[in-house]
Write a protein that binds this ligand. Structure first.
Ligand code: MOS
Length: 701
């Protein structure tokens, strides 16, 4: 890899330029089509039936009343639904048996000529159950907790270095605190939706997904087809935040119903059912212990997680993983304990692991700073490791200190009176807080095709997904830079599983993964063009590339993005309401490829972190076993009025150990660190350390 294949400069070298997103006009004029907005001729509509018990077996399904309604085509149940091959992901084994693993699990599907009839039919289906006792409540000492072998992301569940217990006991200054993050829900604006139809043994679906390649592969496996007989289109996607990273029930149910009825079928999951069937961030009870010398340098660090999973499959929120690489400490223990409960299956939500884990770790670091009376920025500088603590590998680049310093300067961190409760405006107490952020650099194999046409235009094809990030735009920039042509001459095709297969939009690795393949294909095309004499043939010239080899190479470097988040909050001493005043983040995430769309992703993540700090949270109802908050009236996310001032900045970071673009991911790091910065600011304002998110008025008073 040459160190910098993209000399920065005026067009045609558009990398980093703040180009507006290519599909922006279609989106704001309503011409962009989402999965539920495709209506093939003869399309029928489906509405699911969710289990009303938390655990048990279906003893009978009475669909007679539903089938008697005019316009109803079918009611699918475990007794008549098409048989599926055994799924890799057991949450997709739908209507295959009588087991009810949690409340909200789908037990039937009504299909009708209209959406209204399908809904009425679903409500008319009578399901009888043999119920069993259920347990949905995670506690720190739950008797079913066991040490997980592997946590999400393939990380070892437990890591130990040195002698944590001995050094912690001997440390002159210690923090021992337990933090709680409740279940959280992704709630993308566009619900999970699919339109499916079969024709000549071929299945075509429009699906709201973060990765049509994976949906195509899984559907092919479930319906025992070759992938060449399945096309999945995910052209525009209204957010996912991880919940659309894997195929979800809607796509399997729509395909089953279409096969069963012989008609195209559309299924859009009702918002109120999403909480149970498209994943959630699992709750975590996190004990953090820090032992330090009087100078604040850590000698012992333990981060131990208790979390839940479902009885359907094991998913372990890897919240202790960032503690393995953030701060120097020769003695460390990081453990994940999990208990399978009768709950919906948790899954990815923006920065799984890092978001809740860094809330706890960065809160504990703040507690240590208060104990030592050391400025929290300064305390972090004192604990900066030379190499990645858990692996001893060199960092490919680590500019946490730069982010902290730049952020402190821009925010006006100093001078700061560290005493709580001293800044008062009437009934309001004001405070400021800081936290560090980090997110790993991942990359996954992808393939792409680049074509030069005789008219001087270019076409790049890759099954990337735009979940609202601006993927088309940045891929055009990467292609144009590689081809050294103006960006407007590059046409981008994404969002269809018939295109060259590629990584899903997740793990903050979309752009790096797709972009690498696009870059490689474009460089190959450029080489072909250089050796081509005369006009291009009618079909143009085409080059294809894949990055299986590049992506498989294990880097000798520890690769992570870093950031620092600063917050100012006000706490109302009368109402208990906590509000944000200012939020500022500075990130070091490699080269920023489009400053406009990057800024949007950073502030989007930061806003989600603000929600996690102040208002978001789902509660499992112990009696009924479902989430109490299942719509946007009860699950509160921040609105514009909650975010009066927000700024995202970044350092110009050059890292030659990443990919040809020199980029790290930016989709998730914004959420990491924000909740801790806000909670630390609340503590500074009031002197009260709340260790249980969100910081809602009921807890504050
Ligand atoms: Mo993201 S939670 O990796 O889609």
């Amino acid at each position: 890899m040459s160190p910098d294949p993209f000399p920065l400069g005026p067009p045609p070298y558009p990398l980093g330029a703040p180009l507006a997103r290519r599909e922006g006009r279609e989106k704001v004029t309503g011409t962009a089509r989402y999965a539920a907005e495709h209506t093939p001729p003869g399309c029928a509509y489906a509405w699911p039936v969710a289990a009303t018990v938390a655990r048990g077996r279906i003893t009978a399904v009475d669909a007679a009343g539903a089938l008697a309604l005019p316009g109803v085509c079918a009611v699918l149940t475990h007794e008549n639904a098409p048989r599926l091959a055994v799924a890799d992901d057991p949450t997709l084994s739908l209507l295959q048996d009588d087991r009810v693993p949690h409340r909200g699990w789908y037990v039937a599907l009504a299909v009708a000529d209209s959406l209204e009839t399908a809904r009425a039919a679903a409500e008319a289906v009578r399901v009888s159950y043999a119920t069993e006792e259920h347990d949905v409540l995670l506690t720190a000492g739950h008797p079913g907790l066991y040490e997980a072998e592997i946590a999400n992301g393939g990380y070892p569940g437990t890591r130990e270095r040195g002698d944590f217990e001995g050094e912690f006991a001997a440390a002159p200054v210690t923090v021992d605190a337990t933090y709680i993050v409740p279940p959280l829900h992704n709630h993308p604006m566009e619900p999970h939706a699919s339109t499916a139809h079969w024709s000549d043994g071929r299945l075509t679906v429009h699906d709201s997904s973060q990765g049509a390649t994976k949906v195509c592969e899984d559907l092919a496996a479930l319906f025992s087809l070759d992938t060449s007989r399945v096309t999945v289109v995910s052209e525009h996607v209204g957010g996912g935040f991880g919940s659309k990273g894997t195929p979800r029930p809607q796509v399997v149910l729509a395909a089953m119903a279409a096969r069963h009825t012989g008609r195209p079928v559309k299924l859009s999951l009702p918002r109120r059912e999403m909480a149970a069937v498209v994943g959630h961030r699992a709750p975590t009870v996190q004990r953090v212990r820090l032992g330090a010398g009087d100078d604040g340098v850590l000698t012992a660090l333990a981060h131990e997680i208790a979390t839940h999973t479902s009885t359907v499959k094991e998913f372990v929120e890897q919240a202790a993983v960032p503690a393995r690489m953030m701060y120097t400490s020769p003695n460390s223990r990081t453990v994940h304990r999990v208990v399978p409960l009768d709950v919906p299956t948790p899954s990815w939500m923006r920065a799984p692991g890092e978001a809740p884990g860094m809330y706890a770790l960065e809160s504990a670091v703040d507690e240590l700073a208060v104990l030592l009376d050391v400025d929290p920025v300064e305390l972090r500088l004192r604990n900066e490791p030379d190499t990645e603590p858990d692996s001893d590998r060199a960092f490919s680049s680590r500019h946490l200190i730069g982010c902290l310093r730049e952020g402190a300067k821009r925010f006006g961190w100093l001078p700061r009176d560290p005493r709580p409760g001293v800044r008062r405006e009437g009934d309001l107490l004001l405070g400021t807080g800081v936290a560090a952020a980090t997110y790993p650099v991942y990359v996954a194999p992808s393939s792409a095709e680049a074509q030069a046409a005789a008219d001087g235009s270019y076409r790049v094809r890759v099954n990337a997904t735009d979940i609202g990030t601006g993927a088309r735009t940045v891929l055009a920039q990467i292609a144009a830079a590689a081809l050294t042509v103006p960006e407007e001459r590059v046409h981008i095709e994404i969002g269809n599983s018939d295109l060259p297969p590629a990584m899903l939009a997740g793990g903050s690795m979309g752009t790096a993964s797709w972009g690498w393949a696009v870059h490689k294909a474009c460089m190959a095309l450029r080489a072909q063009l250089r050796h081509h004499d005369g006009p291009l043939p009618a079909g143009g010239l085409t080059a294809v590339a894949d990055t299986r080899q590049e992506a498989a190479e294990r880097s000798p470097y520890a690769r992570h993005a870093f950031g620092a988040t600063f917050a100012e909050v006000q706490a109302d001493t009368v109402s208990g309401e906590v509000r944000l005043r200012r939020l500022l983040g500075v990130y070091a995430a490699g080269r920023i490829l489009n400053s406009r769309t990057a800024r949007s992703q950073f502030i989007g993540g930061m806003t989600m972190g603000l929600g996690m700090a102040l208002m978001e949270g789902s509660r499992l109802d112990p009696a009924f076993g479902d989430f109490a908050e299942c719509d946007l009236a009860s699950y509160h996310v921040p609105v514009c009025a909650d975010v009066p001032q927000i700024e995202a900045h970044w350092l110009d970071e050059e890292d030659p150990h990443l990919n040809p673009m020199g980029s790290k991911g930016i989709g998730e790091i914004g959420i990491v660190g924000t909740a801790a910065a806000v909670a630390n600011a609340f503590r500074h304002a009031t002197g009260i350390r709340l260790r249980d998110l969100p910081l809602s008025a009921d807890k504050v008073l």
